[in-house]
Design a protein around this ligand. Structure first.
Ligand code: CP
Length: 329
């Protein structure tokens, strides 16, 4: 699929008032726990760095040369783990991977002890995925200097997914402010939905949430989004539909998959209710035939492969910014 880089309008790059003279503040974060408290300029800094990472490719500067990056995954992953490891290597780091099943976690070692053990071996960056919400905050204060990157904590946050989704949208549409996105599916159990909501609304996108009532949040202004239970209504005037997987591993009572497919699967027929220019996203992994039909997953309006590819650029940018506070353009 072609993926043109749309030049960003000057106003989007400038300060909040559109002034091109605004001096960019210095990057101060050493950890990436979530995007909840990210300012607009911080998100823009990551997206600009990701653009540079894409442009530089294999010529990216070795910002992590001689450093060790550890990926510590207590839950399965394909995209996030592989792209962090590619990004770390691209910046010159050595990479070590631990999974809960194959490490001493299986013998009862705690996450904190595992992270401190890796630190003692010289790991300077710890990329952690964990099934419990809030785990990154509980351990970050006890590290002895390593930087922590949240690669997904339970239902709560997946900050680099939200950043790569915004990167994908900015690249495709040439802007972010004013874009309309419908997030469809298992909202309440989704860390992707939460992080995206924070990041998207900070960047001025309008978000509508859609799904069965038991998978939607209670009406609550913390979500900063409209809730619409009818799929055809939710996608009527959007630029993007983002479908989510049913997070069966987090369901207290099983969802009836057949009923879900009947009402919420995004297929070619349903996509006709969206504007003709509307595109389709999904963070993956996709359960093809449930939340999306095969013709939509692999069709011309799907941005899924582009999201995956952009994940490498965004994670390269994040690792570089956390390590050096800047990413050479
Ligand atoms: N989107 C995402 O986090 O995918 P993985 O679980 O494969 O990393």
């Amino acid at each position: 699929m072609s993926s043109p880089i749309v030049p960003l309008p000057a106003r989007e790059r400038a300060g909040a008032n559109g002034s091109a003279a605004a001096v960019p503040p210095p990057w101060r974060r050493r950890h990436l726990l979530d995007v909840e408290d990210f300012a607009r300029w911080e998100i823009e800094r990551v997206l600009d760095a990701a653009e540079a990472a894409e442009r530089l490719g294999a010529e990216a500067p070795p910002l992590l040369l001689g450093q060790v990056v550890a990926t510590v995954f207590y839950e399965p992953s394909t995209r996030t783990r592989a792209s962090f490891e590619l990004a770390a290597r691209r910046l010159g780091a050595e990479v070590v991977h631990l999974s809960a099943q194959e490490s001493s976690v299986a013998k009862g070692e705690s996450l904190l002890d595992t992270l401190l053990t890796l630190e003692a071996m010289g790991a300077e960056v710890l990329v952690v995925r964990h099934p419990e919400a809030g785990v990154p905050e509980t351990v970050v204060g006890q590290l002895r200097g390593a930087r922590l990157v949240n690669a997904g904590d339970g239902w709560r946050g997946h900050p680099t997914q939200a950043l790569l989704d915004l990167f994908t949208l900015r690249r495709r549409f040439g802007r972010l402010r004013g874009l309309r996105v419908a997030i469809v599916g298992d909202i309440v159990h989704s860390r992707v939905a939460r992080s995206n909501l924070w990041a998207m609304t900070t960047m001025g996108l309008e978000v509508v949430l859609c799904g069965p009532p038991e998978l939607l949040p209670a009406p609550d202004n913390r979500w900063r989004a409209r809730v619409e239970p009818e799929l055809e209504q939710a996608i009527r005037d959007v630029d993007v539909v983002m479908a989510l997987r049913l997070q069966k591993e987090r369901h207290a009572t099983p969802v009836q998959v057949r009923e879900y497919v009947e009402r919420y699967q995004l297929n070619a027929e349903r996509l006709r209710h969206a504007p003709r220019h509307a595109l389709v996203m999904h963070p993956g992994p996709v359960n093809v035939g449930i939340e999306l039909s095969a013709e939509v997953v692999y069709g011309p309006r799907s941005l899924i492969a582009e999201q995956v590819r952009n994940g490498v650029y965004v994670r390269t940018a994040v690792l570089g910014l956390l390590a050096r506070g800047a990413f050479p353009q």
